[in-house]
Design a binder for this molecule. Sequence first.
Ligand code: GLU
Length: 508
Amino acid sequence: MESKIRVRFAPSPTGPLHIGGVRTALYNYLFAKQNGGDFILRIEDTDQTRFVEGAEKYIIESLEWLGLNFDEGVHIGGDFAPYRQSERKDLYRKYVDMLLDNGNAYIAFDTPEDLDKLRKEYESKKEFFQYDLHNRKSLRNSLNMDKTEVDNLISSGTPYVVRFKMPKNVEVKLNDLIRGDVSVNTNTLDDKVLFKSDGMPTYHMANVVDDYLMKITHVIRGEEWLPSAPLHVLLYQALGWKDIMPKFAHLPLLLKPDGNGKLSKRDGDRLGFPVFPLEWIDPKTKEISSGYRESGYFPDAVVNILALLGWNPGTEQEIFTMEELVEQFDFDRINKAGAKFDLNKARWFNHQYLIEKSDEELAEYVLPIMKEKINSITKEEIIRPISLVKERCNFPSDFENQLSFFFIAPETYDEGIIKKRWKDETPEQLNEIVSILKSTLPFDKQIAHQVVSNHIKEKSWNMGAVMNCLRLSIVGEAKGPDLFEIIDIIGVEESINRIEKAIKTIVK
Ligand code: GLU
């Protein structure tokens, strides 16, 4: 029987979660749900020097916001707890010892200063230093010392690390679910540190041991981890877990909009889009990075955007619910090349989700924004205006500009329109329209529209110009939905006041 699919999202709490990481979590989630499997959150915090306060909480909150719910994890527990690697510290030593015993690892006493010196020496020869099978024989490690010397050094408290002994000239093969067969010769690889002098395993060691202990069946992660995969395969082999090694899938990078390089935080700031799911305030510098949530993106839109950055359904379909994604997701349709972030497309997606929302629901988002401007405004008052302008909005914040004239008479009037459309005869024309509006009460927007248009036609006025000036008087600009809808909402009396005010204010 095939074992139950189990995947993990394994971020390190070193800062806010990049949207590339969110996409990795999403693909893991989709694959797990498609197969009735488990989706696990494991926090990889073995590198204490890079630990950032609040990052773990941020990761959890971000994924919850997007509806990526875990089956097990640091925040909800589970059969394989603990899920935070710093709390699993004692578990790893046993496996490190296994590798030392079976000759796949060795102890190294070289100090950071020793290694730094070597690095500089190599650099001065325009060469690159790595601790590997070509030079390990001349370095300070247990391969070159007898056992008593090693034991003495350890018992006298000399700091040491444990390194993987990369085998010589072995072709490491792995079958990546996205990239197909990948093969690397070990002669180019270094002897990575597995266990550090602070008693903590490194990422590689902890990652492999935990994937094994947590019965992970598929490792789905970013392409930046592909160079580590051969080492991981060798670790599985060296630990005797070759037959239960998970399958690997390395996801393509998220690229800058122009395709030149990895999408970075700076690109987002420069081009006006967030690269983090939620706003992040750096605990040290207090620097604020914008988030999708705070920028007015809807969680389902963000899921949709990220799903299609690297994966395609093979059809024209662009809008997907989470259920549809779970159904259709497929490794075969993940592109090998990096996916370019497209800001306009991201906005378009948000717009699609925005217009699908009910006016009631949108009002929940828009009310706090409008309240900043007009304290007394109510949800009921904005629902109908919202229905009229939502086609013009991509984000809840766009409503502010689109709705304000429903509640506040214009203070200024668009100069361009005045110049182009406002003629000597305009005040007289508008006064006639005011009389018509008064005579057609009770107001009916269709009838009013009809009567006003007929009047303009009868008088052979320029329809566009007169309507423009009428709109200018009521809205202040040439924007907005159907003018008679606006009059209906703000009321005939208010409309007439605005027209009269415009006639008084606008002088050409
Ligand atoms: N802790 C690694 C990260 O921060 C996890 C890589 C992996 O999934 O193996 O991305």
